[in-house]
Design a protein around this ligand. Structure first.
Ligand code: GLC
Ligand code: CA
Length: 543
């Protein structure tokens, strides 16, 4: 167990993201719940994780699956009760697992009491909790487009005003310029810290300091000021870990967010690597095959850029992204090999890794008829693109490749009906491959992706080079291999990953001649790398 009283304990930690709606349904209503998470704590302990990032469980009309909160201090009844949350925090702690809550501070649900009050009139004290502009119908203040399609402005005829929302109209943006809003949010955070929560993931945190009149959404001028205040007022607790979702972060910005003086955040989720397989100027739906050389350059920039000056988060998956084996690996013949290779590539790096539920099983993307998708983003894309003249098959292909429901299908626990996720038909279909890909099968197979993750997690704790080693990229121009080293004064690590389904020869650098194979996804290491082979070599330097 990690000693969490130590400063920066989270640098040695591995976190596991749970999307509760899809994790485990304990009471047979087809929806995952908090009791379901408690039931699987032993499984997570076995994997070796130190904390759970729990996607939002607060009360919500679920327009965006809980990222639209109507009451920050209550649990959505389908997920359970406040007692269940308290039990989860307690039971997790017993196993050395911290609960990290998801904080949605940029916006609330339109059903939140503040917004309902705000609608009552301009004189209402809550009116200024949101962002309003006077106007006439059909003439929004500007033409900014919301993340899920449509305008960022919605008109309220009774008030003759538009309110601002970067996401769905049911997710009005909070007005961070108003000190009363910030105070409410800090108090709410303290409420959860008092319950024993040990950290937070901050939803779209670089979008809180918006200035809509200047068309600024991300990285607004007052962002760092707000973050410093937030950290001072709400996160002062020693040892709280904070990770901000920052789509707009580049290395320089991330250095400031995660500068290790505790002024802002512990680390951020940046998305540069995730956006590389996207057509320049296109949207995420307009994808291209992964340019491996750019991925390596990108990782190098982040590894070197934050070394000693900030801290990286490491991830390939979350509830908004397609499954990584289907994306950068091979979800057919080499599913197991490629899932392990991608893990080795990531877990050899400096930073704090995040596993998304099912990633440790090598879960894959799904294809559904359009009416079976739940995600608001998918549904809006479909109608939006069809109305703009796109061909249906192209739109569906984009959804198969990039849709968020790929990540949200129920967790595959066993080969029983509905994958052991629920006794009844789940809220979103189970991937038909659950008979083969499931946790029970993985636990019975010593060669499974699960045990590979378990080993990687254990290795990271055992050898300081994983935490401190300096990164060097080798073979930068190779379009097939991703090779890098990590080095401290005493240790060296070499990570070799074959990103293709072909055999690729590779000669290890001389200084690794005496090194030993710490881990490989084919057991022994050969000089010619087999399809999707990954090898990790470790050596001690002579004194
Ligand atoms: C974040 C969440 C995503 C959500 C959005 C709006 O990007 O990860 O799921 O839809 O914010 O809250
Ligand atoms: Ca349930």
């Amino acid at each position: 167990m990690l000693d969490k009283t130590r400063r920066g304990w989270w640098k040695s930690a591995v976190f596991y993201q749970i999307y509760p709606k899809s994790f485990l349904d304990s009471n047979g209503d087809g929806i995952g719940d908090i009791r379901g998470v408690i039931e699987k704590l032993d499984y997570l302990e076995k994997l070796g994780i130190d904390g759970i990032w729990l996607s939002p469980v607060c009360d919500s009309p679920q327009v965006d699956n809980g990222y639209d909160i109507s009451d920050y201090r209550a649990v959505w009844p389908a997920f359970g009760s406040m007692e269940d949350m308290e039990a989860l925090i307690r039971e997790a702690k017993k196993r050395g697992i911290s609960i990290i809550m998801d904080l949605v501070l940029n916006h609330t649900s339109h059903r939140h009491r503040w917004f309902q009050e705000a609608l009552k009139g301009r004189e209402n004290p809550c009116h200024d909790y949101y962002i309003w502009r006077d106007g006439e119908p059909d003439a929004p203040p500007n033409d900014m487009q919301a993340a899920f399609g449509g305008s960022m402005w919605t008109y309220v005829p009774d008030l003759k005003q538009y309110y601002f929302h970067q996401f769905a109209p049911q997710q009005p943006d909070l007005n961070w310029e108003n000190p009363a809003v910030r105070r409410e949010l800090y108090d709410m955070i303290r409420f959860w810290v008092d319950k024993g929560v040990e950290g937070f993931r901050l939803d779209v945190i670089d979008q809180i300091a918006k200035e809509p009149d200047r068309r600024i959404t991300g990285n607004g001028p007052r962002l760092h000021q707000f973050l410093e205040e937030l950290s001072r007022e709400a996160f002062i607790e020693e040892g709280l870990v904070t990770v901000g979702e920052a789509w707009g972060a580049d290395v320089e910005r991330a250095r400031r967010y995660s500068a290790q003086d505790g002024r802002e955040l512990s680390m951020v989720f940046q998305f540069e690597h995730i956006c590389l397989d996207q057509q320049p100027g296109g949207e995420k739906w307009d994808w291209i095959p992964l340019p491996l050389v750019s991925l390596k350059r990108c990782m190098e920039r982040w590894q070197r850029g934050l070394h000693g000056q900030g801290w990286n988060s490491l991830f390939l998956n979350n509830h908004d992204l397609p499954r990584i084996v289907s994306r950068w690996g091979d979800d057919g013949k080499y599913r197991v090999e490629s899932a392990k290779m991608l893990a080795a590539m990531l877990y050899g790096l400096e930073g704090t890794p995040y596993i998304y539920q099912g990633e440790e099983l090598g879960m894959t993307n799904i294809r559904l008829p359009i009416e079976e998708y739940d995600d608001i983003e998918i549904q809006n894309l479909y109608t939006g693109r069809l109305s703009r003249g796109y061909r249906e098959e192209d739109v569906m292909a984009a959804i198969y490749a990039r849709g968020r429901d790929n990540a949200r299908t129920p967790m595959q626990w066993s080969a029983e009906p509905y994958a052991g996720f629920s006794r009844v038909k789940p809220w979103l279909p189970v991937n038909p491959n659950y008979r083969e890909i499931n946790a029970r099968a993985a636990l019975e197979d010593p060669g499974s992706v699960f045990y590979f993750y378990q080993t990687l997690i254990a290795l990271r704790k055992r050898y300081p080079v994983f935490r401190e080693g300096e990164f060097t990229l080798l073979e930068p121009e190779s379009e097939k291999l991703f090779v890098y080293t990590r080095e401290t004064a005493e240790e060296r690590l070499l990570v070799i990953c074959n990103f293709t389904g072909e055999s690729v020869p590779y000669q290890r650098p001389a200084e690794f001649a005496g090194a030993w194979l710490l881990l490989g996804n084919y057991g022994t290491a050969a000089e010619t790398l087999r399809p999707y082979e990954a090898q990790m070599f470790y050596g001690r330097k002579q004194a």
